[in-house]
Design a protein around this ligand. Structure first.
Ligand code: ARG
Length: 544
């Protein structure tokens, strides 16, 4: 089902030859949509705009969808959908288990998100990545795509040399640590590394041992991974996101691929040796990518090239999304450019960096704990749960993350976020719970709930019905643009239209067919709110 505005727009375009730029009418008395296309065409044609408007509406013949179009003022075309058409469209949304979300030609979409680092707690940046990635995964699955989540955890690299040495020095039982304990160990190892040159040397030799597969070193490294994963899992369970062990593809898993990456880069002529390091120059970047350092060590970029290769070659990606903070924009643009140049990333595969901004405190600075430390995910969720029950606190946090344009920094104002009024997650949950309550009362009164929406006499009912028919296209838009805030804005508008409807259209106090039809509308709005919240990764409780 193509949406009604889409169909109308297409019909007008066919006769006008240009996009009619259909807009929602500003007032109910103007109907549902307005177009100024006649004014634009009239100039070019040298004819009076009202005459052009008249000709367009006659040629377009919209009588199967609209009431007789009105030509208003200097030549605006006002369209009012026929209520039977609108009612049928809303009824379709009611009957459709997908509520108008249409499957698209299926793609394999790899989404790289969350990606915390071993022996460190997740911080707010990882929180954002996890929440945004989870939402995009849900939306793209709903659109019929195969989503492959890839949790690119930081589980490899130089820091493990000093971690392992510190553990051996302290004769520490790693298995007894939790993630917070591992993070303290990290800090001690780091201080030690800076203060003690002999320790630093041992740490460097330990990196070589790790990379060459020394069993004792690997065993300690694995223990660090295990306790970190336990901590990550706890965070995922707490957040209610879909990530599992099956989605893990940490940096270490690319170690064996790195020589192949280098060989391919050299064979394709993309890489050159510069001052002992292997680098790739790409046009448009002020610095080359360093693939292999002078000392033979591989860095973050090399691993990401290997990841592109695997995602295209083994996972069969048609599209790869990287949900990582905006501070890594340069890195990803460079990885994509180098991967294209080296032939790892064919033209038919789309690669997109879904960057996002910082989370700020109410003082406008980067969010910190009360004592000035970096804000850990657990601290943040604790703070939210001090203000509201768990599902509501989570809704507050997730919605705040998703409802702004991703690239913008946003202020983490918990007191505002947990309110059930305003543009918040709890407000949408509340709208849903209130509908559930109304429907429970309807059931208690044995009121008949219509299978279809049949009466749409009131403007408030029409607005609601029209919004319902836009759910599918809104979800499709999010899949395309990767902007979850559009879905948030849609749901917020829907909840707002619902309040106007409550004010102007009594439901249980109405009678007969009107009541059955209004109850059908209520059921559909409830279902769409629940489905929309689910796509945001937010629970929709039936009582609040
Ligand atoms: N672990 C990295 C960090 O915490 C994020 C990794 C993102 N994914 C990637 N393929 N580079 O900054």
């Amino acid at each position: 089902m193509s949406s009604l505005p889409h169909t109308l727009s297409g019909r007008l375009q066919a006769v006008a030859g240009v996009d009619p730029e259909l807009r929602a009418a500003t007032k109910p008395q103007f109907g549902h949509f307005q177009s100024n296309v006649a004014l634009r065409l009239a100039k070019a044609e040298g004819r009076p705009p009202r005459e052009v408007a008249q000709r367009l509406v006659e040629q377009a013949d919209l009588s199967d969808l609209c009431e007789t179009p009105e030509i208003a003022g200097p030549g605006f075309i006002n369209l009012r959908l026929r209520t039977d058409v609108l009612a049928a469209a809303a009824s379709e949304v009611r009957a459709d288990p997908r509520h108008g979300v249409e499957p698209q030609p299926p793609q394999t979409v790899v989404i790289d998100y969350s990606a915390p680092n071993v022996a460190k707690q997740m911080h707010v940046g990882h929180l954002r990545s996890t929440i945004i990635g989870d939402c995009l995964a849900r939306v793209l699955r709903a659109l019929g795509h195969t989503v492959v989540a890839q949790n690119h955890i930081g589980d490899w690299g130089r820091q493990f040399g000093m971690l392992v040495e510190q553990i051996l020095d302290e004769q520490l039982d790693v298995a007894a640590l939790d993630l917070a304990g591992a993070e303290e160990l990290y800090r001690r190892a780091n201080d030690h590394f800076k203060a003690d040159e002999a320790f630093a040397d041992r740490a460097r030799r330990r990196v070589v041992l790790l990379q060459s597969g020394d069993e004792e070193t690997l065993a300690i490294w694995r223990q660090l991974i295990d306790i970190s994963l336990a901590g990550f899992h706890e965070a995922y369970a707490r957040l209610g996101v879909l990530l599992t062990d099956a989605d893990l593809a940490g940096e270490s898993t690319y170690n064996d691929d790195l020589p192949r990456v280098v060989a391919d880069l050299e064979a394709s002529g993309a890489a050159v040796v510069d001052d002992g390091a292997l680098v790739v120059f790409v046009e448009g970047f002020n610095a080359p990518m360093i693939v292999r350092k002078r000392d033979g060590g591989f860095g973050y970029s090399a691993t990401d090239l290997a990841a592109v290769r695997r995602r295209v070659g083994e996972l069969g990606a048609d599209r790869i999304l990287y949900v990582v903070g905006s501070e890594q924009t340069f890195h990803f643009n460079q990885v994509f450019a180098v991967a294209r140049k080296a032939g790892f990333l064919p033209e038919r595969v789309q690669a997109e960096h879904v960057g996002y901004g910082m989370v700020l405190g109410t003082d406008g600075k980067r969010l910190r704990t009360r004592d000035g430390g970096t804000m850990k995910l657990a601290d943040l969720l604790d703070a939210a749960e001090e203000r509201a029950a768990r599902p509501i606190a989570l809704a507050a946090v997730k919605y705040a993350d998703l409802s702004n344009s991703l690239v913008k920094d946003y202020v983490f104002d918990l007191d505002r976020m947990v309110q059930t009024v305003g543009d918040t997650g709890p407000y949408l949950q509340y709208a849903h719970a209130r509908l559930c309550q109304l429907l429970r009362r309807a059931e208690a009164e044995q009121a008949q709930v219509g299978e279809a929406v049949t009466v749409l006499a009131e403007p408030a009912e029409q607005t609601l019905a029209l919004l319902l028919t836009r759910f599918g296209e809104t979800v499709a838009e999010v899949g395309q643009t990767l902007q979850p805030h559009r879905l948030c804005a849609y749901l917020y508008e829907l909840a707002g239209a619902l309040s106007v409807f409550y004010e102007q259209c009594p439901v249980l106090r109405s009678e007969g067919e009107v009541r059955a039809s209004r109850l059908a509308l209520c059921v559909t709005v409830r279902d769409v709110l629940a489905a929309g919240l689910d796509l945001l990764g937010i629970e929709a409780p039936e009582r609040m």
